[in-house]
Design a protein around this ligand. Structure first.
Ligand SMILES: Cc1cc2nc3c(=O)[nH]c(=O)nc-3n(C[C@H](O)[C@H](O)[C@H](O)COP(=O)(O)OP(=O)(O)OC[C@H]3O[C@@H](n4cnc5c(N)ncnc54)[C@H](O)[C@@H]3O)c2cc1C
Ligand code: HEM
Length: 603
């Protein structure tokens, strides 16, 4: 190392030591530091004299440039990015589409209508097309630096990397619960978390390889950006996929300053390529910046982090309860707010839930799946829900679940207009091909005039009615309440999956005639919840006119909580994510309904 960098041993010994965390912190405060051959180099005074150009060095600030400087990737073609990238979210191939009709079918133009402000190709699009066609997979600008360059670098050295564990570990084992040092010694880190310290702390470089709009609102577009790693670590054979609840930090130089934002990755992995959905805010610093970039643009990213570690979240491992009783009533533990270090962006890695890989997964089941999942999302808040949906559908496809064993997922998705729905067509396809595992109920605050479904803002009445219907509860004991609640009718009309449209129409007709909810769950379910007797009516929490509280079954065996999923037990969770005002309203509503300990609120 010393020969390569022209530094005397005595000088090397005296150099101050830095960790990646300290380097990130200094870079975020404006330092122009890079790491090369284990040395910390300040390129501030060299950047604009660099014969290879300043932009090339601006891109690498805060990263390890050893490969670039030594040209260890000589003549390598760019990473083949598509091999690991599914088309989009998983659409289970072996699940035939049923006789379903989509509630958004007649609005497909709203969902597809890409903004065509100008029919002509813009200059940027033209350059992007050229980049994609001719240059994307070309090797990076390469140069094997001369002895003079190495001597120059030696004059810029200000420190060395400390020899701590985060420096050594580069190989990830399986689920990341432990990792190996370079000398192949397994290092136990934190068995309970999928978060790997090396990868989370160190920023790596990624190249923009595709941009695509995933909603249809020209004023508030949501773009899918796909990035591919610039230097793949040959020794890192892991392709750890993102899990529900993972988010990453993306860093870029915006107007001369380093800016970092968090995003929810939906596809791929950080060791190869990944996609994020970004809402482009008219005055959003980072989102605008990303949106302006051409294919080939470089950013830096690190992670993944667990979203429930970042902010105050309610996370409670749900105790299994016997069928027929409320599945969303039992819980004991409360994982308190885990402090987030704003300066360094680092997270406490020790506060992950005891048995789950991430806090959005079920700690009490072997595969992390929930038996029943209620997701309430607004706008880009749907991204963690898409992670959950993908995860659950993938697992039940792999496990070839039989009817009756399906996980049930219900998404209440609030948007202003139909055009704002993210991945609307895909969601409809997923719902209709999921054999009833997934339902999507849309609510619009500014819907088209002929929209007959839910409208307005998501509120307590709406949530209550939605959950009752999704859980297949026939609340004929409370006819009065039903008759007063128009939400039931509206929900039936904004519900994505209609297994049998005739049946649905009959139900609606009957409802109109009798003003009593005749709705039965549209899919055959063995779950007695679908046909509860009087004793097992699920109360959605205390109501103003009745103080009846959630029934807590007496026969719970506490040991079952940690024994994995049992056939006769079901476990549920409510996850909420969206704009702050929506999240606040929903949180209040769920607390009032008695679910304060069964929800995960993503702030
Ligand atoms: C864990 C986590 C995961 C996230 N995942 C995603 C994701 O998958 N996709 C995504 O698009 N964003 C996501 N975000 C939000 C993202 O990190 C940025 O805050 C967002 O992209 C705005 O950054 P900006 O620089 O463009 O806007 P800024 O310059 O920071 O803000 C400018 C203006 O934009 C508006 N604005 C910014 N953020 C919001 C907001 N959340 N709600 C309403 N108005 C807002 C406000 O009017 C604000 O004044 C996530 C945030 C967290 C903490
Ligand atoms: C402190 C870090 C660096 C120093 C001191 C440095 C120094 C130099 C010097 C002196 C040259 C002239 C040719 C030579 O003597 O080899 C050069 C050329 C070049 N450098 Fe760097 N460099 C640094 C980092 C980088 C990095 C990180 C990259 C790529 C990401 C890079 C890419 C290039 C390229 C492509 C050229 C060739 C330019 C040409 O021939 O037109 N350099 N560099």
């Amino acid at each position: 190392m010393l020969v390569h960098t022209h530094i005397n041993y005595e000088d090397y010994i005296k150099l101050p030591e830095f960790t990646w965390e300290e380097i990130n912190e200094r870079v975020q405060r404006g330092a122009f530091w890079v790491v090369c051959n284990g040395l910390v180099v300040d390129i501030h005074n060299w950047i604009y004299s660099h014969p290879g150009g300043s932009q090339i060095l601006l891109n690498v600030i805060g990263t390890d440039i050893t490969n670039d400087f030594n040209n260890t990737h000589k003549n390598k073609k760019f990473e083949d990015v598509d091999e690991d990238r599914p088309e989009a979210l998983l659409i289970p191939k072996d699940i035939p589409s049923g006789n379903n009709s989509s509630v958004l079918a007649k609005y497909v133009n709203h969902l597809q209508g890409k903004p065509t402000l100008s029919r002509r190709l813009s200059a940027a699009q033209f350059i992007d097309n050229i980049n994609v066609k001719y240059y994307l997979r070309e090797p990076l600008a390469q140069h094997t630096h001369s002895r003079f360059a190495t001597q120059k670098m030696a004059t810029l050295v200000i420190g060395k990397m400390s020899d701590d564990v985060s420096e050594k570990g580069l190989l990830v084992q399986g689920d990341g619960s432990s990792y190996r040092s370079l000398d192949n010694e397994p290092v136990e880190v934190n068995k309970r978390t999928s978060v790997n310290p090396v990868k989370t702390i160190k920023f790596n470089r990624y190249k923009l390889i595709s941009k695509q709009m995933v909603n249809a609102n020209a004023n508030y577009p949501v773009m899918r950006f796909t990035f591919s790693i610039v230097h793949r670590n040959e020794k890192d054979v892991s392709t750890e996929k993102f899990l529900p609840g993972h988010y990453i930090e993306v860093q870029s130089r915006v107007n001369g300053q380093i800016a970092i934002r968090s995003y929810t990755p939906l596809e791929g992995c950080l060791s190869k390529s990944f996609s994020i959905y970004v809402k482009i805010y008219p005055k959003g610093l980072f989102s605008q910046h990303l949106n302006e970039q051409l294919i080939g643009y470089e950013i830096q990213a690190r992670g993944p982090f667990d979203v429930c570690e970042r902010h105050k979240s309610y996370f409670v491992p749900t105790k299994p309860v016997s069928r027929g009783a409320s599945v969303l009533s039992q819980s004991k533990t409360y994982i308190p707010y885990a402090p987030y270090n704003k300066l360094t962006g680092t997270l406490s890695l020790t506060k992950a839930p005891k048995t789950a890989k991430t806090a959005l997964l079920n700690p009490d089941s072997l595969d992390g799946c929930w038996d029943e999942l209620y997701m309430i999302a607004g706008g880009t808040g749907v991204t963690p829900m898409l992670q959950l949906i993908k995860y659950h559908l993938e697992r039940s496809t792999k496990q070839k679940s039989e009817p009756g064993q399906y996980k049930q997922m219900h998404l209440l998705f609030g948007n202003r207009k139909i055009e704002d729905v993210i991945d609307g067509i895909l969601l409809e396809e997923l719902a209709s091909s999921s054999r009833g595992q997934l339902t999507v109920t849309y609510c619009f605050s500014d819907p088209p005039s002929d929209w007959e479904g839910l409208r307005g803002r998501i509120n307590k009445d709406m949530i209550q009615a939605w959950m009752n219907l999704m859980r297949g509860v026939i609340l004929d004991s409370n006819t009065q309440l039903m008759a007063e609640n128009n939400n039931y009718l509206n929900i039936l009309q904004s519900h994505s999956v209609r297994r049998d449209t005739n049946e649905q129409d009959k139900n609606l007709q009957k409802y109109e005639e009798s003003q009593i909810i005749p709705y039965t769950y549209p899919f055959p379910r063995e779950d007695p919840l679908a046909q509860p007797d009087d004793d097992s009516i699920i109360d959605m929490g205390p109501r103003p006119e009745s103080k009846a509280s959630t029934r807590i079954p007496k026969d719970i065996d506490p040991d079952l909580a940690n024994s994995g999923r049992k056939d006769n037990l079901i476990q549920g969770k409510i996850v909420v994510s969206g704009p702050p005002d929506m999240v606040f309203t929903v949180e209040q509503a769920l607390v009032e309904m008695g679910f304060s300990e069964n929800m995960i609120i993503l702030h």
